[in-house]
Design a protein. Sequence first.
Length: 284
Amino acid sequence: MSLSLNQWTTRRWTLPEAVDGCVRHGLEAIGLWREKVAEHGLARSARLVRESGLRVSSLCRGGFLTAGELSGERGRAALDDNRRAVDEAAELGAACLVMVVGGLPGVTPGEPPPAGFSRDVAGARQRVTEALATLAPYAGERGVRLALEPLHPVYCPDRAVLSTLGQALDLALAHPQEQVGVVVDTFHVWWDPALHEQIARAGGRIASYQVCDYLHPLPADVLLGRGMMGDGVIGFPPITRAVAEAGYTGDVEVEIFNADVWAADPDEVVATMKARYADVVMAS
């Protein structure tokens, strides 16, 4: 496993700046975000990364499949956007397309639930199942692997009705391994008492291993509760060993959403990230 910079960690950098930063700091891979790719242009982004010699460890993100019935306007729009995301991942040569599947229908991320919103969490999960039946073959035809990311339960209302690695695996296993895998993100799964069992169960289904720390207490905006490894409560070495023992040999992405990290000098952030990766994530 080798270190990859998820470009949201150095959010201030444009895509060309992030690519240059990875090369200067001796990294071999970068995790891209669709917004940053769109700013630079898809074809230009693909060429830039290819010419830099970097691998694209992931493209973030597809998903948000729960807003409406798939036969309705919202459902069709979600499927169309995810097909575009698959096409983008294919052109970029991304190892996977990260899928944040969506929360309860009608609930917007970061906003209070509106009147009349749906509380049917089982129904929302069924929509994810139905959408994957359409998207997985499409991705497979284009050589793209969808990577279902379970999110911490605090994000279940508005971002992901998949909260455990086991739930994500249950959906992934209905499809060929090369079409659908799972993400192990330490921030989201560290607390799960069945984590090590589910990592072993995942085996070759692990499409991405993402790391950052879980800060305590969380900030008012819980989306920004991710910290540099070693600054929070997660014990990384047992998780890293479990992922390696499951057979994962891909890149390890550092993905941090944190206002202080974003405000810091990106070069200092990457230097700290490299040191903490060695001393905290990969420690024996």
